[in-house]
Design a protein around this ligand. Structure first.
Ligand SMILES: NC(=[NH2+])NCCC[C@H](N)C(=O)O
Ligand SMILES: [Mn+2]
Length: 318
């Protein structure tokens, strides 16, 4: 844990937003995870001290009166304002050297979380850049131009890397240079539903991407060897874990389930290997929607809790 000030401090940010997704429900994800008792378990089984920060749509600036589409983007002002607040909360915690777990929320919150840690890393370790693991069925690297849906949960990687720029005042104009990440220190794992334009972007930029085909071909341990190698052993890591990276068998309660995903065991190996790297400084767990496949919500929550515990090095009691 060489990049954290104190390994026993953990801040949980409940990012209760679904404005980046086409349907509501993901804003209830954080509460559902917290109510499983996973953080109480972590508190009793470890010496980790927990703090909670809650951000939600009902606070302050969320009800923006005329949030009309801009360049095809849906709810651009609301998503931008939400991620600005998430970014500043994550930054405030990460700059103290706390491990930050952000519970989503739809994946547009990734603009906030990743930019927050990127800025904190630059401040805490000058010259250092953040490494990012984006574990997801989708690439989420559409720009307003290439997106077919206009939904911002399909665009966070484009905004946080500077590929997509602020088109207008009040829409991601809070992103500064020190918030942005370098896509050379970025890896995808679990991809299997990537739009054509996104595939072109990945090919052109040379982003390291391990698709589900790669996981099947090499095995998840080998993929993690290669992915960690690519990021380098001296780089702090932010993992943005979309629950839809898992196969719908293990994570049915999500907005965009895609068949042939990671098994829960494979997902756990990824989390465990990130922990064992000693470089993980932040984790997002996003896109759990309690309103979807409600009768199997417990399956999805169980999977999510396992990912969190393994990423923190907390092992289940037998
Ligand atoms: N985080 C997610 N579930 N993203 C799904 C994105 C789907 C599609 N690629 C889009 O741009 O709209
Ligand atoms: Mn995603």
């Amino acid at each position: 844990m060489r990049f954290l000030a104190d390994r026993s401090k953990l801040t949980v940010v409940a990012a209760k937003f679904s404005c980046g997704a086409p349907r509501a429900g993901a804003e209830k994800g954080p509460q559902a995870i917290i109510e499983t008792g996973v953080f109480s378990q972590i508190r009793t089984r470890t010496n980790i001290a927990l703090e909670f920060v809650e951000l939600s749509q009902n606070d302050q600036d969320s009800q923006i009166p005329s949030d009309t589409d801009v360049m095809g983007m849906k709810k651009p002002r609301e998503v931008s304002a939400a991620s600005a607040r998430i970014s500043s909360s994550v930054y405030q915690q990460a700059r103290l050297g706390h491990f930050v777990v952000t519970l989503g929320g739809d994946h547009s919150i990734g603009v906030g979380t990743v930019s927050g840690t990127a800025k904190a890393v630059r401040e805490r370790s000058p010259g250092q850049e953040l490494g990012v693991f984006w574990i997801d069925a989708h690439a989420d690297i559409n720009t307003p131009k290439t997106s077919l849906s206009g939904r911002l949960h399909g665009m966070p990687v484009a905004f946080v890397s500077g590929m997509a720029k602020s088109p207008k005042k009040g829409i991601f104009d809070w992103l500064e240079q020190n918030h942005l990440i370098n896509l050379r220190k970025f890896v995808y794992i679990g991809l299997r539903d990537v739009d054509e334009a996104e595939q072109e972007t990945i090919a052109e930029t040379g982003i390291k991407a391990f698709t589900m085909k790669d996981v099947q071909r090499y095995g998840v341990e080998k993929v993690m060897d290669l992915a960690l190698d690519h990021i380098g052993s001296q780089t702090p890591i932010h993992a943005s874990y979309d629950i839809d990276s898992l196969d719908p068998e293990w994570a049915p309660s999500t907005g965009f389930p895609v068949a042939s995903g990671l098994s829960l065991d494979e997902g756990v190996v990824i989390a465990k290997r990130l922990h064992e790297s000693g470089n993980l400084i932040a984790l997002d767990l996003v896109e759990i929607n309690p309103d979807i496949a409600t009768s199997h919500l417990d399956v999805t929550l169980n999977a999510g809790c396992k990912l969190i515990k393994n990423a923190l090095g907390v092992v289940d009691c037998p």
